[in-house]
Ligand binder design. Sequence first.
Ligand code: SAH
Length: 218
Amino acid sequence: MQDRLAEEKERLLSYLVKEGILKTPEIIRAFYKVEREKFVLEQYKEYSYADTPLPILYSQTISQPTTIAIMTEALEPKKGNKILEVGAGSGYQAAILAEIVGDSGKIYTIERISELVDFARRNLNNAGYRNVEVYCGDGSIGLREKAPFDRIIVTACAPKIPNSLIEQLVDGGIMVIPVGPITHIQRLFKIKKEGKRIKTKDLGFFAFVPLIGREGFK
Ligand code: SAH
């Protein structure tokens, strides 16, 4: 199976590069380095490099590789950044970011379902990531004790952009977040904080699981 996975990984990543979805060298390197098969459930391992979301536990999903690629490029992560992820899920997105920020950076990822906190911690440990800390809690209000963050990535859909998250971004910081009604199509936004101003760019339509919490859905 290892050979087949390697072949499928090569096919998927060269497609993402050829289409211009992955374009930044450090991000491409991270996608090659991280083994997605270490973040999916045993029964879905053979589909690790299919360009599709995969079920994890508690009806949540590890996002589709194309979506993760678009979100990671939009986030513009840099070596040494301190990044907050809301919605740890499997830990895969956190691993990609950990590769990019390197040892001088740090990833904080927060997850509301405690079994998924364990799942993400276990996967990140097995894969050898030491610069990621997984928290259990409501990330719709951010992670005040570790703020501010250079970047914030939200991997579940919010009803509106949470104020707490804007507050916890540094000046010049970037946030990527899906926003929209639970049952309808959602839009992915790239937000840049410039002093008191917020610049917003619409990245198009996507589908995410809901962000549930104080500044999310009830
Ligand atoms: N980034 C993940 C995909 C996560 S799916 C990966 O790479 O695998 C979105 C996750 O957000 C789910 O696990 C869900 O439980 C979590 N979530 C939803 N609302 C949340 C909240 N308010 N705080 C933290 N996590 C939340």
